[in-house]
Design a protein around this ligand. Structure first.
Ligand SMILES: Nc1ncnc2c1ncn2[C@@H]1O[C@H](COP(=O)(O)O)[C@@H](OP(=O)(O)O)[C@H]1O
Ligand SMILES: [Mg+2]
Ligand SMILES: [Mg+2]
Ligand SMILES: [Mg+2]
Length: 355
């Protein structure tokens, strides 16, 4: 008897691996050779669009009835001035879909060297398969083709994030992190990890270059001392209030500096025991609402690794409200044994801010 979501897991891994190969290729060609030193967003835009086209294409073949809530849509690509982008998209997406990574199921998923070539128009429509608006019931995929765009541009962390949500619950999460060192003990060593979690079946890290190299992720039941814990938070001060996390660290008695990085790679690091607390608090007055694709794969990954995820009041995140998580009350993910202490420290820091 096969495990639940076995096919979904294989398809998601295949889609994320191909999308990661695409994003790495864009970075090598367009960013690393310094055609993008001024921070011009066009290569990143083409990488985002193309990665969404690749993942959606594979999902459309494997699960034609499943809706997709994707971050990108094709509107900006359809304008007359975007011809070069469209041409790039078409070659990048076709290259990634034709890669000779044999899975045995290639034909059914429309990938591999013998797959049909997709036209530009087809790819634009495929990107727009990601226009589902979410909701409380049924199956849906949440896709962030490049999470951490700013990290991607600066050669830092970014993640290709794909999750399956069923009746508001994230069941499968796959996250590719091409720039993340395989081992935190060797930060200058080989990079490129993929994280895979299925609810109730655990979580694991694999090497992006060799999927057979697997490490199960499960926290030791013994809590590390708070002196060895650091907050994992966004590098972007506009995405998460750094001043609030300073207050939180003080109330928790943390001595280590926060580990700041872009993207859901933060969840991946937490899952493998780095940092200890993922913390995200809205910047006052931003009015921003968190999107489901920014947290879906990360949450199931850390939960399956033995951590707990909630908003800053201790309420569970709700993936059934549409494209957002609803009112933004921040996000706390950490080892189970310290969750309540973090929530208490949030309350104290909030009271202090109101003084
Ligand atoms: N004002 C804001 N507050 C919180 N998150 C924001 C934000 N503006 C954008 N974001 C989201 O933050 C994500 C990156 O998170 P992080 O800062 O942890 O790397 C972005 O994902 P994309 O890069 O996919 O657009 C974007 O969705
Ligand atoms: Mg994102
Ligand atoms: Mg994105
Ligand atoms: Mg974005």
């Amino acid at each position: 008897m096969s495990l639940a979501f076995a096919l979904e897991k294989r398809v998601a891994i295949s889609a994320v691996v191909r999308a990661c190969s695409l994003t790495s290729a864009v970075f090598q060609r367009l960013v690393k050779n310094e055609t993008l030193t001024k921070g011009d967003k066009s290569p990143v835009t083409v990488a985002d669009f193309s990665a969404q086209a690749v993942v959606n294409s594979i999902l459309a073949n494997a699960f034609p009835a499943d809706p997709i809530v994707g971050e990108e849509d094709s509107a900006d690509l359809r304008v007359s001035t975007a011809e070069q982008l469209r041409t790039h998209l078409t070659s990048l997406a076709n290259d990634a879909l034709h890669l000779p990574i044999r899975t045995g199921e290639d034909a059914a998923w429309g990938i591999g060297p013998d797959a049909p070539v997709r036209s530009t128009d087809e790819l634009l429509s495929i990107i727009d398969r990601g226009n589902h608006v979410g909701g409380p019931s049924g199956r849906m995929w949440a896709l962030d083709p490049i999470d951490g765009t700013k990290g991607f541009l600066r050669g830092g962390q970014y993640a290709v994030c794909l999750a399956l949500i069923v009746d508001s619950v994230v069941q499968v999460g796959v996250m590719g992190c091409p720039n993340l060192p395989i081992s935190s003990a060797n930060p200058d060593g080989e990079r490129g990890c993929i994280f895979v979690a299925v609810r109730g079946q655990g979580a694991e890290q694999r090497s992006l270059s060799d999927l057979s190299i697997r490490t199960p992720l499960i926290h030791a039941p013994v809590l590390p001392p708070l002196s060895s814990i650091a907050l994992l938070e966004s590098l972007e001060a506009a995405h998460s209030s750094h001043s609030f996390s300073d207050r939180l660290s003080k109330h928790l008695g943390l001595t280590a500096s926060p580990l700041r990085m872009d993207s859901q790679a933060k969840y991946a690091c937490l899952a493998r025991g780095e940092g200890g607390i993922y913390f995200r608090m809205p910047v006052k007055g931003s009015g921003y609402r968190e999107k489901i694709w920014d947290h879906a794969s990360g949450t199931v990954l850390v939960e399956e690794a033995g951590a707990i995820v909630s908003d800053s009041r201790g309420e569970p995140l709700n993936f059934g409200l549409g494209i957002t998580l609803g009112e933004n009350n921040g996000i706390v993910a950490c080892f189970k044994g310290i969750h309540q202490r973090v929530l208490d420290a949030v309350t104290k820091a909030q009271a202090e801010e109101q003084d």
